[in-house]
Design a protein around this ligand. Sequence first.
Ligand SMILES: [Zn+2]
Length: 424
Amino acid sequence: MNNTIQLVKTEKNNQLVNFIYEVSGDIAKYLYPKRNFAVKYPFDINDIPESILNVTFAGNFLPFIFLFNVTLTVPALDSAFYYCIEDVRKGYQEMYPRMPFNGNVIVKKLYNEFQTPKETALRNTASFFSGGVDAYTTLFRHLDEKPFLLTLHGADIKLDDLKGWDSLSSLTKIASAEYSLENIFISSEFRLLFNEGALIRFLEPSGDRWWHGFQHGIGIISHGAAVAYKYNLSTIYIASSFSKDQKNTYTCASDPTIDNHIRFGFTKIVHDGYELNRQNKIHYLCQQGNNTHHFAKVHVCFQQAEGKNCCHCEKCYRTILEIIAEGADPNDFAFEWNIESVKAFEKSLKSYSLEINDAGISRYYVPVQKLMKLNKDKIKNYEWYEWFTKFDFEEYSRQLSLKLKQRYSHPRIKKILRKIKLMR
Ligand SMILES: [Zn+2]
């Protein structure tokens, strides 16, 4: 039986668009049984053409269509988006040479319903924003364009996580108030379409998972089509998280080889800041802070401590050290940091309660040690960090792996691990 997905209806109801679709073939086991997909915008979408709204539907299914050789049928689609599909496919193919990317998209009628640059004097820009180091770097690089800040509920913050959403939306409101920008909050069911667990085995040859490796780039970006139409956007920025110097060492759905090919109407997508690694971005944010006295109130924390940085998880520590190594003060950047925090950090590192893997050590911690030594004269209270600049990460790594081995060889843990294996 052929695998097909058919968009049957695009229902518009004020701020809500609801895509109703049908599925046939074995692919059904990789999809959740619900056959609709709703997206809510902060503005009325009744006047936005279906060909533009449908970009969000097609964009989210595209990587799935490619991987499972599916025929996707859509009644109406923006022609610029339709014509970028082949380049997007090539981008995925380049990222995952060992996986086949087939499938096709059949559109009953293509439309050009965006206003041309001639028809509208004003063209704006927008940037996806989540409050992290990457998002702030991109925002500052384009601040003079006064970009709209686009933030999605239903991506990393699940739709039922209202507390998490409250934190994220407050963070983005802080940024928009500080820089006189406008927020656009979109909530979307796009993570309720694919059974990410069921896809794990199929995606094994890629070495990545569905959301991170395949869906999230174009999935997020395609929500921008309706916004691009409404506000005449010339460009939508999406911040890079990996950098050029890491090429061929990672896989990720959001990458210049894919994102930069995506088009809708006259709007282009820019995967921004790829030439900068994380330390370069921190350097830039510190420089901006010194020049403008506006410091990026970055949120980097894994712990989601009510929208604040916990200041004692691995990501918080890493970012704090990167800021210090630039000669700046983490307290300017939404972190709380003093001599007690330094002592707590030293204790957790030396007791191995702070676990840093080898990739993290070589990618972030060893370079930050070197930079600290180099910028010694610029660093306030350098004596607080002298022990860190001499810290032996090779020895740490050896001891940590021994400790982890011991931990996992404990009979009780072994039993639990066996159970997990049986359940899979
Ligand atoms: Zn933290």
